[in-house]
Design a protein around this ligand. Structure first.
Ligand code: GDP
Length: 361
């Protein structure tokens, strides 16, 4: 499955956040015999639709989609030079599908900042710089060979152009993601074989003081700083307290801070979206479940997420949209009202499709 690597300078609250994430681990709750790796937190994506489906179908349990967060220790200035921890740090980031930077905004004299001052902008620059330098090194390594090959092969010439453009952006101190060169873009595809770090999607968690949670001007300023990436605002210490409370108490504490959901829930949702994922839904007496697919997945690909045999033997999918199902109150009623559709193998799945697959075995 796809993973989000958590990075940040020392003392910004990464461990506090990560501990909260792992305590929230849905694997532990739903799959008691699953092997849980110490540096991976599997977090449920909150989905109120599952509650409603479980009511309609009388489902015994609810299984949300999940996002995997990986704790990547060891960013230090000079990481890109590949000394000791630096190498491991870069290798771990290379394996992640998205990069989540944790940025300190909270003030606390008892917690030392490595640079002696609280400055989100300069922290982001420090981390970006290491990633940018690592990408520039990768590019320097391939350039001589690529330049040679480009004289003879048209395809290589196109790659060379993309690499030279990427190099210019990086030399300006910008990440490729910020410049719009994502893995899915035309240029990103040409750069694919280089496995550059800064074409990965970024997201930013600002670990803030309580008053900053509701400070719209502050939030807007930080959001603009990291655009086109998403900014999430939370207080890691409060998040770690929230998960110890029962639902009612947690809600009360959240509301007293002007929040309507825990920061971890926002992080899971935004992270899921940043990875380019979406869900479709299934429900029955056993379980109501959200399944993870890539945006743009077809019906047989969606079936394959449940079982490869479902994809191989795919005949069709009976689909009712979540809204129609809730309005009709049951699948038979939705069928009677003409709201159930039979879709074939070219159908592109939509978020909120409630599905039953028909297949040959
Ligand atoms: P890491 O080095 O980035 O993993 O940071 P830690 O999670 O170990 O946190 C460093 C210190 O900051 C610890 O003493 C935490 O208790 C404290 N800390 C973490 N988050 C917050 C926060 O939101 N507010 C305050 N005041 N302290 C925090």
């Amino acid at each position: 499955s796809l993973t989000i690597g958590i990075v940040g300078l020392p003392n910004v609250g990464k461990s506090t956040l990560f501990n909260a994430l792992t305590k929230n681990d849905v694997l532990a709750a739903n799959y008691p015999f699953a092997t849980i790796e110490p540096n991976v937190g599997v977090v449920g994506v909150p989905d109120p639709r599952l509650d409603r489906l479980a009511e309609i179908f009388g489902s015994a349990r609810k299984l949300p989609a999940t996002v995997d967060f990986v704790d990547i220790a060891g960013i230090v200035r000079g990481a890109s030079e590949g000394e000791g921890l630096g190498n491991k740090f870069l290798a771990n980031i290379r394996e992640s599908d998205a990069i989540c930077q944790v940025i300190r905004a909270f003030k606390d004299e008892n917690v030392v900042h490595v640079d002696g001052k609280i400055s989100p902008r300069s922290d982001i620059d420090t981390i970006d710089t290491e990633l940018i330098l690592a990408d520039l090194q990768t590019i320097e390594k391939v350039l001589p060979r690529l330049t040679k090959d480009a004289r003879l092969q048209k395809e290589k010439a196109r790659v060379l152009t993309a690499v030279e453009e990427a190099k210019a952006i990086l030399e300006e101190g910008r990440t490729l993601f910020a410049a719009g060169i994502t893995r899915e873009s035309d240029q990103g595809r040409l750069l694919y074989d280089l496995h550059l770090l800064t074409t990965k999607p970024f997201l930013y968690v600002f670990n803030v003081d309580e008053d900053e949670l509701v400070d719209e001007a502050f939030r807007k300023e930080q959001q603009e700083l990291v655009a086109p990436a998403e900014a999430i605002f939370l207080n890691a210490k409060i998040e770690s307290e929230l998960i110890e409370l029962d639902d009612d108490e947690a809600l009360e504490l959240l509301q007293s801070m002007g929040q309507d959901e825990p920061g971890l829930a926002t992080l899971a949702r935004v992270g899921f979206d940043t990875l380019g994922l979406q869900t479709y839904l299934t429900a029955g007496p056993k379980e109501a479940r959200a399944w993870t697919i890539k945006k743009g997945a077809t019906a047989p690909e969606a079936a394959g997420v449940i079982h490869t045999d479902f994809q191989k033997g795919f005949i069709k999918a009976e689909i009712v949209s979540y809204e129609d199902l809730v309005e009709c109150g049951s699948v038979p009623e939705a069928r009677a009202k003409g709201k159930a559709r039979m879709e074939g193998k070219d159908y592109v799945m939509q978020d909120g499709d409630v599905v039953e697959f028909r297949f040959n075995v």
